[in-house]
Design a protein around this ligand. Structure first.
Ligand code: THU
Length: 138
C-alpha cells in the first residue's frame, strides 16, 4: 500500500505537470485505484474558455478508470496540487463523482501538495449525507 501510494504520488505529479490550466494557472493531478485492478488511472484538470466547461483532475482520472477498466469500484483517490496551505481537497462536484463509483463512505482520499505535505481523509468526511439518486429510484 505504501508502495502504491509512493508510485501514485509520482504519477500524480507527472500528470499535474501536464494539466491544461491557462485560465486559473492552477494545476492539479489525480490518481485513482479501482478494486481488483492493478493499473492506476490518472488525470489532470483540463480547462475551457467557456465558464463552467472546465474539468477537474479527479473527474478526468475517474473517467479514465470508468472507460478503460472493467472494475468500476474505487479503492482510493489521490489529489495533488502545488498549494500547500491549505492543501487542495476535491471540490464538491468531484466528491459526487467519487461517490458514483463507491458505496463506501470510508473510502480513503489522500490530499497532497507537490512538496509531499499530505493529509488522509475519507469520502464520508468530505461528503456527509451523500446523495445517490439510484437508492431513491429503486
Ligand atoms: N481543480 C481540480 O482539478 N480539482 C479540484 O478538486 C479542485 C479544483 C481545478 C479546477 C480548475 O481547473 C482549477 O483547479 C482552479 O479551480
Amino acid at each position: 500500500m505504501t508502495n502504491d501510494l509512493n508510485s501514485a504520488f509520482e504519477l500524480a505529479k507527472q500528470v499535474m505537470a501536464k494539466a491544461y490550466a491557462p485560465y486559473s494557472k492552477f494545476k492539479v493531478g489525480a490518481v485513482v485505484k479501482a478494486k481488483g485492478e492493478d493499473r492506476l488511472f490518472s488525470g489532470a484538470n483540463v480547462e475551457n474558455a467557456v465558464n463552467g466547461a472546465s474539468v477537474c483532475a479527479e473527474i478526468t482520472a475517474i473517467s479514465q478508470m470508468a472507460s478503460q477498466c472493467d472494475a468500476k469500484e474505487l479503492e482510493w483517490v489521490m489529489v495533488v496540487s502545488e498549494q500547500e496551505d491549505p492543501l487542495t481537497p476535491p471540490c464538491g462536484l468531484c466528491r459526487q463523482w467519487i461517490f458514483e463509483f463507491t458505496d463506501d463512505l470510508n473510502l480513503p482520499i489522500y490530499i497532497y501538495s507537490v512538496s509531499g505535505k499530505n493529509i488522509q481523509t475519507t469520502l464520508g468526511e468530505l461528503l456527509p449525507m451523500a446523495y445517490k439518486g439510484k437508492e431513491i429510484l429503486k
